[in-house]
Design a protein around this ligand. Structure first.
Ligand SMILES: NC(=O)c1ccc[n+]([C@@H]2O[C@H](COP(=O)([O-])OP(=O)(O)OC[C@H]3O[C@@H](n4cnc5c(N)ncnc54)[C@H](OP(=O)(O)O)[C@@H]3O)[C@@H](O)[C@H]2O)c1
Length: 335
């Protein structure tokens, strides 16, 4: 990517963020965000990736408050132990635990799934939440560009490995749910199937937006396959808005300063940012409903190309190759 293209990618990401911030500011002026009410979820089990802080922590806490057994999947033991302690204390729900899972390592993902399966418990909700943003050019353990590897491929593989548990735990009137956290930056993302790894030049903004675009394509494709099979699992995307978390640790210092000074006012709090994920995970209004892009607990349209079945299929096939798994859309699992 040339310096000019990289600058364009950065401008597009900032423009997408600014549009969301403006909408959030207007909403604050009109009374702000009201906490939605959801029914209790006793006996239900959820996995939340990146549940150690930010939106994931708030999501895990809300689900625990509803009585769910919550498993935080994270890659930092001490942070996770502290998160579990806090959530148990705040929600008085003891069924909150941590299992190590590094999304930057396919080996770690497989070990996580193995440990989860050994528990012999059902799985009703998978929240694909963890993410990194605008990190310097780095590779995951398996040699993937970090945004694409952690944000997208890690969750692609994790969902595949857990799909049988989700299917076994769902029933026609009570589906299991895959909630995938994307972002408004997907609207300005570009996906070149011949250069998913940014080998033609690196832009942190472009790489983040690409990973978020890939997640939307994945979720829509997953829903189409589940629907074709008549599976009791649904897949939706949650867009949290612009939220005051540490995700911004790698952005330009001027942006970090603005966030520090005014973030409390024009960003959502992590709790507010988590509501769309929680809505997607438990709302009765979404029973049996999938293939949606959800924003502020309502349906919105994702970028037009995310509905393109050909692009969805191509990305899916490429992702199977990259993660070394069989393309399930071709075998009997999908009918
Ligand atoms: N904040 C926003 O304005 C915003 C807007 C749109 C979308 N989102 C999306 O919301 C999601 C959550 O972001 P956030 O704002 O809550 O950010 P955050 O506070 O930085 O939290 C990110 C979480 O992901 C975890 N994580 C990162 N790399 C990981 C890895 N290799 N393996 C396992 N876990 C890993 C982090 O754990 P460690 O730090 O311990 O690695 C952390 O728990 C992300 O997908 C992000 O793209 C956020």
């Amino acid at each position: 990517m040339s310096p000019l293209s990289a600058a364009r990618a950065a401008l597009r990401v900032y423009a997408a963020g600014a549009a969301v911030i403006l909408a959030q500011l207007l909403r604050r002026c009109r009374g702000g965000f009201a906490e939605p009410v959801f029914p209790p979820q006793p006996g239900r089990v959820a996995i939340v990736t990146g549940g150690t802080e930010g939106i994931g922590f708030a999501t895990a806490k809300h689900l625990a408050r509803l009585g769910m057994h919550v498993i935080i999947a994270g890659n930092n033991d001490s942070k996770a132990r502290e998160a579990v302690r806090k959530i148990r204390e705040e929600t008085l729900n003891d069924k909150v635990e941590f299992l190590y899972c590094d999304l930057a390592s396919m080996k770690s993902l497989r070990q996580f799934v193995q440990k989860f399966k050994m528990k012999k418990i059902p799985l009703h909700v998978l929240v694909n939440n963890a993410g990194v943003m605008m990190v310097p050019q780095r590779e995951t353990e398996d040699g993937f560009e970090e945004h694409f590897g952690v944000n997208y491929l890690g969750h692609f593989l994790l969902t595949h490995l857990l799909l049988d548990d989700l299917q076994a735990s769902g029933s026609p009137g009570r589906s299991s749910r895959v909630v995938t956290v994307s972002s408004a930056t997907h609207y300005v993302g570009e996906l070149d199937l011949d250069d998913l790894q940014s080998s033609g030049g690196y832009s942190p903004h472009g790489a983040y937006a690409r990973s978020k675009l890939a997640l939307v394509l994945f979720s829509h494709r997953l829903q189409a396959l589940l629907e074709a099979k008549g599976s009791p699992v649904t897949a939706n995307v949650a867009d949290p808005g612009v939220v005051n978390t540490d995700l911004y640790r790698h952005v330009f210092w001027g942006t970090r300063l603005l966030k520090k000074l005014f973030g409390w006012w024009f960003f959502k709090t992590p709790d507010e940012g988590a509501w769309t994920s929680v809505y997607a995970a438990v709302s009765p209004a979404l029973e049996g409903v999938g293939g949606r892009y959800l924003y502020n607990e309502k349906e919105a349209k994702s970028l037009a190309i995310t509905y393109d079945p050909k692009l969805q299929r191509q990305l899916w096939a490429r992702s199977c190759q990259m993660t070394g798994i069989a393309d399930m859309s071709r075998d009997t699992l999908w009918g």
